[in-house]
Ligand binder design. Structure first.
Ligand code: ADP
Ligand code: UDP
Length: 234
């Protein structure tokens, strides 16, 4: 199979049909823009399962995504899109770069969910963008920004409730959007514990990639706990 792109966590392969790609989830774990790296056996399989469950929830709620179907234990079939090079981050609770930037304690509740944008550029270290930057540099127009925000909050409402049913607090997460062949804006990439902060509601135990970033415990054990619980949420 011909790979068209290999990133830090996934490989995209062409299929016989130019409208679709195979997305392979690697066992590689990276953090701090690739500065920390490890191969974590089984991570790809768990991320593939997490993303499948999350995209299934979204599909049932009528949110359009690139997800088509599972292919193997670490691969899914997706609709090929042209990615908008913006990482859309939604936050419910203070953590990560927000806690750092504002000097606020991790775990503080936000009065209401917020959205942030980052430019997808490893060379530049994914700098934060505001809506003016996105428009003035022709990354996306105003209508697209509004649509991305609307969908992002909608995804947050849904995911928050689903994770809550699994006794998991959805602290924050990152999503990406792209345009399909007809130019329609759809949700792409992944929804996994690699790109979301997930804490045990009762104990506060960190179950996501922060385990790897900050040596908080075995990564697979955290991801397995997430999967065990969300598998039961329909
Ligand atoms: P990175 O590029 O940050 O290292 P990954 O290893 O996750 O990230 O690589 C996956 C790449 O595939 C990302 O750049 C993402 O924007 C892109 N992508 C995700 N979904 C699609 C899709 N449906 N069509 C085309 N590209 C996609
Ligand atoms: N995130 C991501 N990819 C990135 C940057 C962030 O998936 O390149 C996710 C991250 O896992 C977290 C959320 O987006 O769930 C917010 O990340 P933050 O801005 O706090 O940055 P971090 O401190 O994680 O680098």
């Amino acid at each position: 199979m011909k790979s068209i792109y290999e990133g830090k966590a996934k490989i995209l392969y062409k299929t016989g049909d130019s409208r679709f790609l195979i997305m392979h989830f690697k066992d590689d774990a990276t953090a701090f823009n690739g500065k920390k790296f490890a191969i974590v056996k089984g991570k790809g399989r768990l991320n593939k399962e997490a993303t499948t469950i999350a995209f299934d929830w979204l599909k049932k709620a009528g949110i359009d995504t690139h997800f088509v179907r599972e292919i193997s234990q670490d691969e899914i079939l997706v609709r090929k899109v042209e990615i908008i090079p913006v990482e859309v981050v939604v936050r419910n609770v203070i953590a990560g770069s927000l806690s750092k930037r504002m000097g606020l304690k991790k775990g503080g509740k936000l009065k209401f969910p917020i959205v942030e944008f980052y430019y997808k550029s490893d060379e530049l270290g994914d700098p934060m963008l505001n809506e003016y930057h996105i428009r003035v540099f022709d990354i996306a127009d105003e209508e697209t920004i509004e649509e991305m925000k609307r969908i992002a909050f909608c995804v947050n409402d849904l995911l928050r409730k689903k994770f809550e049913q699994a006794d998991i607090l959805l602290v924050d997460f990152k999503i990406e959007f792209g345009r399909d062949e007809e130019g329609k804006l759809i949700l792409a990439d992944e929804i996994t514990p690699d790109g979301a902060r997930l804490w045990d509601i009762k104990t506060g135990e960190v179950l996501d990639k922060d385990r790897f970033r900050f040596d908080l415990g075995d990564l697979i054990e955290g991801y397995e706990k997430v999967l065990e619980r969300i598998r039961c949420v329909s």
